[in-house]
Ligand binder design. Structure first.
Ligand code: FPP
Length: 253
């Protein structure tokens, strides 16, 4: 049977988060430079965004540039920023056509002005779209996000807006960049590394983790479907017993 037909549309995750790894290695294996790998990686971004939109996934978060990525050689950082600007500029019509809404998480102010401008325009142009929410994590790291949240909570407590005894999980989440999105149920990392690399550490608390040796430029719709099938075969217990889960969700046994 076709792999797409094997996917149970009633058991899809609402939110998928991806660490798009392996562009550099993929390019090197072909005797090309790393930037070539990033260009090919954009084709995968395009296909995975379309694949998620077609399936009716509500949220897709892509780790496009981490806080730590600023430490890469200057030429690679510049090439990545340029690629980001050009891709957003080129793809915004497609996003509009496919009803995709663009969001950005991360230290927005640290991005070059031209990136900020392009992203702001694309965010505005897609703001009324109601299909897939595409969240780009840019200049993002979880420790940065959590530290910023702690800072803002402390400031609000000092101003008397928030009582320390009222701080709970829900309040804390409302201070994160991801406040308006549900937590991802599935996190995919390509290219064989088994790490989370400072990505959505708070939000991935109960996520299913899926690692594949495939490099990002070769992660396309069939590989996405494979990951979804794998996810659907897992039992999500949230600390409960298997028996409790099966009694509450007999259709998911
Ligand atoms: C990881 O591969 C990939 C990145 C750091 C950048 C990801 C960016 C893109 C796919 C293109 C731009 C994205 C958008 C949304 C337009 P790596 O370079 O770390 O690979 P390696 O581990 O093999 O060196």
């Amino acid at each position: 049977m076709d792999i797409l037909q094997s996917i149970d549309r009633n058991k899809l995750p609402k939110h998928i988060a991806i660490i798009m790894d392996g562009n550099g290695r993929w390019a090197k294996e072909r005797g090309k430079d790393r930037v070539y790998g990033h260009h090919e990686g954009v084709l995968s971004v395009r296909e995975i965004v379309n694949g998620c939109a077609e399936l009716g996934i509500s949220y897709l978060t892509l780790y496009a540039f981490s806080t730590e990525n600023w430490n890469r050689p200057k030429e690679e950082v510049n090439a990545l920023m340029e690629l980001l600007v050009n891709t957003i500029r080129k793809e915004v019509d497609e996003l509009k056509k496919n009803n995709v809404r663009l969001h950005v998480i991360g230290d927005f102010a640290s991005l070059p002005e031209i990136c900020q401008k392009e992203l702001n325009e694309a965010k505005e142009l897609t703001a009324s779209n109601t299909g897939l929410n595409l969240i780009l994590a840019l200049s993002y790291s979880s420790r940065w996000e959590i530290t910023e949240a702690a800072k803002k909570i402390a400031q609000d407590a000092a101003k008397g807006i928030l009582k320390p005894e009222d701080i709970n999980d829900t309040v804390f989440q409302s201070y994160l960049n991801t406040a308006s999105f549900p937590d991802p149920e599935l996190m995919i990392r390509t290219s064989g590394e088994h790490r989370i690399s400072n990505y959505l550490l708070y939000q991935l608390a109960y996520a299913e983790l899926y690692f594949t040796p495939v490099h990002w430029p070769e992660f396309r719709k069939p590989q996405l479907y494979e990951a979804l099938l794998n996810y659907q075969q897992r039992e999500r217990r949230f600390g409960k017993t298997s028996e409790q889960i099966q009694t509450n969700n007999p259709q998911h046994v």
